[in-house]
Design a binder for this molecule. Structure first.
Ligand code: PLP
Length: 350
């Protein structure tokens, strides 16, 4: 009840509204705080899906999902015989929404799809998918980890049941994040983690739950992290997500042209509408880790490896890639620096 405690609570709770506005949700009560997308999707898997999925029920996934949107569904496959149905991307790395819709059958309970691939930059028409799922009584979960930082997002327009975001992608602190949950779905969910704050009353014999969304937030929350996330979202909103997207699209077009000039560079994913995310390998024996080390020496930070997307790596037939992901602070000069560092790496390995 003391002043500083109340101040912290007010600032922390205000972020719920900030996230709701940022994502286009109708109310702050539709936002559950999490430590990121991983916890968010595990929450849906344990609290909503596990109690209602029977053996043979299906979850439809795209091949370009991050492990955070795969492994929680594998848990259900292992523990209760849920079937994972995979939809491939085409040669450009695009995901045909109709292919996802066609994969929905009478046993499909959930479609769980990323709005933007963290490897290919592909943007998915999630609205068409969620609309079709809703018409068939199928729930939809969208992994918004990448999309929310690169483009305007409106969960009401998308029509999804769940939309997960992670703070460290949104220029916020690691360990912050949230999930939008449609109120009808929230009402269907049992608690996930048990402990302080998520309860109304605990006795020796029984326990009753706090109202949602607190019902799904056990223990001392990431107060500092979520307040930091709120500041980051305010910063992006002040710049304007449409402006950020326009800036990044210009970078994408510039980078696409410059990288296309390197005929020994194999860029993965050529969707016309992709975001400014480029995954690539070099002809020859150079491993992605070696390339990224050379780029790092030139002050260029790329990610190298399988990007927590092993099924996609398998589909693409590559062991690992380097990924350059451009953000609101990047410039065309930095694209040029990337190109000249790649030329250096190519010369070293030629
Ligand atoms: N989904 C996508 C598309 C991502 O890029 C990431 C990256 O971090 C995640 C899920 C997992 O997020 P986190 O590890 O913060 O939970």
């Amino acid at each position: 009840m003391h002043y500083l405690s109340n101040l912290a609570t007010d600032r922390y709770e205000a972020v719920r509204g900030t996230i709701a506005r940022f994502l286009g949700a109708a109310s702050a009560d539709e936002i559950v705080f999490t430590t990121g997308t991983t916890e968010a999707i595990n929450l849906v898997s344990y609290a909503w899906a596990a109690p209602r999925f029977e053996p043979g029920d299906e979850v439809v996934l795209s091949i370009m999902e991050h492990h955070a949107n795969i492994v929680p569904w594998h848990f259900l496959r292992e523990r209760q015989g849920v079937v994972l149905k995979w939809v491939d991307v085409d040669a450009n790395g695009d995901l045909d929404p109709q292919a996802v819709i066609d994969a929905m059958g009478p046993r499909t309970k959930l479609v769980a799809i990323t709005q933007m691939s963290n490897v290919l930059g592909t943007v998915v028409d999630v609205k068409s998918i969620c609309t079709a799922a809703r018409a068939r009584g199928i729930a939809s979960l969208i992994d918004g980890s990448q999309a929310a930082v690169h483009m305007p997002v409106n969960v009401t327009d998308i029509g999804c049941d769940f939309y997960a975001v992670t703070g460290h992608k949104l220029y916020g602190p690691s360990g912050s994040g949230a999930i939008f949950i449609r109120p009808e779905r929230m009402a269907e969910m049992r608690p996930f983690l048990g402990g302080g704050d998520m309860i109304r009353e605990v006795t020796r014999e029984t326990v009753t739950w706090n109202d949602p969304p607190m019902k799904f937030e056990a223990g001392t929350p990431g107060i500092v992290q979520q307040i930091g996330l709120g500041v980051a979202l305010d910063y992006m909103s002040a710049l304007g997500m449409a402006n950020i997207a326009a800036h990044e699209h210009a970078l994408r077009d510039y980078a696409r042209d410059r990288l296309a000039g390197l005929n020994w560079l194999n860029v993965q994913g050529h969707s016309a509408t992709k975001g400014a995310i480029f995954s690539f390998t070099l002809d020859g024996a150079a491993h992605a880790h070696d390339i990224s080390t050379i780029l790092d020496k030139r002050g260029i930070a790329v990610r190298a490896g399988t990007h927590c997307a092993m099924p996609l790596m398998d589909h693409l037939g590559v062991g690992a890639t380097c990924r350059a992901s451009f953000g609101l602070y990047n410039t065309t000069d930095e694209v040029d620096a990337l190109v000249s560092a790649l030329e250096l790496a190519h010369d070293l390995f030629a």
